[in-house]
Design a protein around this ligand. Structure first.
Ligand SMILES: NC(=O)c1ccc[n+]([C@@H]2O[C@H](COP(=O)([O-])OP(=O)(O)OC[C@H]3O[C@@H](n4cnc5c(N)ncnc54)[C@H](O)[C@@H]3O)[C@@H](O)[C@H]2O)c1
Length: 310
């Protein structure tokens, strides 16, 4: 088997740690030349450190690959242009963009500040837009390109971080829309929702928290074991690399899930059942009567009301 990404040039954002790190190393292992973007921030987006990106560049070079570091934040629109252009300047083109950069600012909606909302939306959703926007300019000219956006299963709805759930759902919508705009130029855009033990998902605080919840009878042994035995981030890159190959030219606008050895694909969102009023506009009373017996049959409330806590 040859190197499947030989002669290709890639940008991986958030490539200094966790899943991004593994993706950068893997793409380089498949022959891609890589811009390793990472400002080296903390889990909640604070600070700055050039070490994480530098270490990955050094590791890629040690393994015989080609890489260059970039420390810009994907949040900054002008900086995103620099990130993408640095790939074209250094390697002559950009074939692959993997948007991985991410932070967390977890809070229930009734406690969330505007700053916490903006910070998460900025890195995940705006950052993905910013880099994709500049990559699409070059990929459209090249009439070739692959964009892979890292979303999360949280896009379906989540508890404790509505900012994150909204950003990741936004990334799914963005992915599907870029796919529809750019497909004609031979540019595909797909998303991958991973599950992997990183500092984002399984740091010491998370481990202690889940153990306490288990001891308090709030989570089952199965749930505890599933979290503590979460597969590592090294399982995520193969599907990303596959989507970046020439062979995946006709896979566009899809959302995949990657967790350990399991790779799956989400279904297309489709309307299922409908009710019609032939003449005039529905009255609310009519809907109170008809909806439960028709299109709401079988729908499950993800969070039914609970008695007030004392
Ligand atoms: N770990 C999981 O189980 C999981 C699940 C679903 C989705 N994800 C997503 O995968 C991605 C990577 O997460 P991870 O678990 O590897 O976390 P991580 O914290 O280990 O890595 C995130 C990286 O993104 C970088 N980053 C943060 N802000 C940035 C910015 N403004 N510009 C560029 N880089 C920035 C950080 O410096 C860090 O190196 C995130 O988008 C996350 O939401 C992770």
């Amino acid at each position: 088997m040859g190197k499947k990404l030989a002669n290709k040039a890639a940008v991986v954002t958030g490539a200094g740690r966790g899943i991004g790190r593994e993706i950068a190393l893997f793409l380089a292992g498949e022959g891609a030349r890589v811009v390793v973007n990472d400002p080296g921030v903390t889990r909640d987006g604070a600070g700055q450190d050039s070490k994480p990106a530098d270490e990955i560049v050094a590791e890629i070079k040690k393994r015989g690959g080609e890489a260059v570091a970039n420390y810009d934040s994907v949040v900054d629109f002008a900086a995103a242009e620099r990130i993408i252009n640095s790939c074209a300047e250094k390697f002559g083109r950009i074939d692959i963009l993997v948007n991985v950069a991410g932070i967390l600012r977890d809070r229930m909606i009734f406690n969330m500040s505007e700053e916490e909302w903006d910070a998460v939306l900025d890195v995940h959703l705006k950052g993905t837009f910013n880099c994709s926007r500049y990559a699409c300019i070059l990929m459209r000219k090249q009439r070739a390109g692959r964009i892979i956006n890292i979303t999360s299963d949280a896009w379906r709805g989540t508890v404790g971080h509505v900012n994150y759930g909204a950003a990741k759902a936004g990334i799914v919508g963005l992915t599907r829309s870029i796919a529809r705009e750019m497909g004609r130029y031979n540019v595909t855009c797909n998303a991958v929702a991973p599950v992997a033990a990183t500092r984002m998902t399984l740091d010491e605080d998370v481990k202690q928290g889940i153990k306490k919840r288990y001891e308090a009878g709030l989570v089952s042994k199965e749930q505890l074991d599933a979290i503590l035995n979460m597969p590592g981030p090294e399982y995520v890159p193969p599907i990303v690399a596959y989507l970046a190959t020439d062979e995946a030219w006709n896979i566009n606008g899809q959302v995949f899930h990657a967790e350990g050895g399991r790779i799956s694909v989400y279904s297309e969102p489709v309307e299922t059942k409908a009710v019609y009023k032939k003449e005039g506009i529905w009255k609310v009373d009519e809907l109170i009567d008809i909806i439960p017996q028709t299109i709401a049959q079988g729908l499950v409330n993800p969070a039914p009301p609970q008695p007030a806590e004392k």
